[in-house]
Design a protein around this ligand. Structure first.
Ligand SMILES: Cc1ncc(COP(=O)(O)O)c(C=O)c1O
Length: 466
């Protein structure tokens, strides 16, 4: 333990992981849930009972440290008291409204807040935004795709290798991973055109501000995009400003400005998918802000409410005007869209981000975590890259090497740390803890992670020698 570290921060394990109750639940779930959903192979999952702040308790009474924010949702920490209080308050009044017919006050306030924290803030009040509220992230992406279709009347969309935009049919068309697409390929729309996503190498990251290193790569990608524009009708570019599920990939600084320039020259819409990286994950309100670029549409979800299913496609008012005015039948809506409980949670979350985010030192803590890991894992033959921006951190391993992130996650779980593999071949370990996790706990987690990686490396070397 670190000097000053209290036992209150660290995991407490009372059983083997997973414990007996988790294993019993796994057997039940296997019988009753569609087989594709929960991974019940290998050691099996822990079943969550309670979560608070940076901790999760399982049904066996074990307390874990969450290094995932539960898919990037609990950025404020689990069960944030102000968010929970807002849900309680709202639930005493109205749990469900008639979203697009007789809306709630909460929905009205949330749409206004979303405009304030995006387009109004970016334009210093000169230009407003309008929101289309949905339930999950992929729906917000599909709302953005529909908006682009209506605005530009062009069906083609440029997307990026490695991209993850969700699994609904529209979003799946723009998601890169072959294993997700292949079984449904015949039903996909064929409107997406993939081009490479540039990577900032570690060395380049260390020399931040050395833009020459990125020029050939970016110009090659620009050339490919221009080639696509010559042969297809394209209406939009859909991009994750930092790729999340591709392995926490950081592009060179000139990338998003280059896309903005292309969009402006060719009258395309720039859609930023910030479902994973929005809301201070990277040390700014939104990840596009690192590049100084204003997108035409931004997709938000996950940390927007921090717990309840709600997402949003927010667009420049002039772009959203492409949607026809509802005469009683909304052209895009859903039964639970703009659910008042979820809106209340989102409003409370936004309030917390506004009040507290600056004090979390996300950038500093992320840099320290990456620095500590780089130091501890220097010279490790299978570590390809350790990178991060804010608390979006990825450790990439040699793709077919002996050190595999899914196994590392099991070893971390044995020590009471919840982490996730990332990347299309699970080649990276993703570290995306709640933003409020304190520096000491993060440093302890970095040392645990390094020990687990080093342990797996030594075991692999021994196997080879034998
Ligand atoms: C960048 C991005 N877009 C879209 C999605 C899809 O969100 P959801 O799973 O809520 O549909 C995700 C999910 O991880 C994501 O990371």
């Amino acid at each position: 333990m670190h000097k000053g570290q209290t036992m209150n921060d660290l995991p407490v394990l009372r059983t083997k992981v997973p414990g007996p109750k988790s294993r019993t639940l796994a057997r039940r779930l296997r019988r009753h849930e569609a087989p594709t959903v929960t991974c019940l192979t290998g050691k099996g999952p822990i079943f969550w009972k309670r979560a608070e702040g940076v901790h999760v308790w399982d049904v066996d009474g074990n307390r874990f440290l969450d290094l995932t924010s539960a898919f990037g949702v609990a950025s404020l920490g689990h069960s944030h008291p102000e968010v929970v209080a807002a849900i309680h308050k709202q639930s005493a009044l109205l749990c469900h409204g008639m979203g697009d017919v007789h809306p709630s006050e909460a929905k009205t306030r949330l749409c206004a807040r979303l405009s304030e924290i995006t387009f109004e803030r970016w334009s210093h009040g000169r230009c407003g935004g309008q929101a289309l509220l949905c339930n999950s992230g992929f729906e917000a992406v599909e709302a953005a795709l529909k908006t682009a279709m209506l605005f530009t009347r062009k069906r083609g969309v440029i997307v990026f290798e490695g991209a993850y935009h969700g699994l609904g049919y529209g979003a799946l068309e723009t998601t890169w991973r072959r294993d997700f697409r292949l079984p449904f390929a015949e039903q996909l729309g064929g409107f997406a055109e993939f081009v490479p996503y540039p990577r900032q190498s570690s060395a380049a990251a260390d020399r931040a501000g050395a833009p020459t290193a990125e020029i050939p790569l970016l110009s090659a990608i620009e050339g490919q995009i221009l080639g696509v524009l010559r042969r297809r009708e394209i209406g939009a570019i859909l991009v994750e400003p930092f790729q999340g599920r591709a392995g926490e990939v950081i592009p060179p600084p000139g990338f998003i400005p280059m896309l903005r320039r292309i969009c402006d020259r060719h009258r395309l819409l720039l859609i930023a998918d910030e479902i994973y990286v929005g809301f201070w994950r990277t040390g700014r309100w939104f990840a596009v802000e690192h590049s100084g670029v204003t997108p035409d549409l931004i997709c938000l979800g996950k940390a927007l409410s921090g717990c309840l299913p709600i997402s949003a496609c927010v667009g420049k008012a002039g772009v959203m005007a492409a949607w026809p005015v509802s005469q009683g039948e909304a052209l895009h809506t859903s039964t639970f869209g703009g659910n008042p409980l979820a809106c209340a949670a989102a409003l409370a979350s936004i309030r917390q981000f506004e009040r507290r985010a600056a004090s979390w030192d996300v950038t500093q803590k992320g840099a320290e975590f990456v620095g500590e890991l780089r130091r501890l894992l220097a010279g490790n033959p299978w570590v390809r890259d350790i990178r991060g921006v804010g608390l979006l951190i990825g450790i990439e391993f040699a793709a077919n090497g002996p050190v595999q992130p899914p196994i590392l996650c099991e070893r971390l779980l044995d020590r009471g740390l919840i982490a996730l593999p990332s990347g299309s071949r699970a080649e990276a370990l993703a570290i995306t803890p709640p933003l409020c996790m304190d520096a000491r706990t993060l440093s302890w987690a970095a040392r645990q992670t390094a020990e687990v990686v080093s342990g797996a490396t030594s075991a692999a070397i021994k196997r080879r020698v034998r």
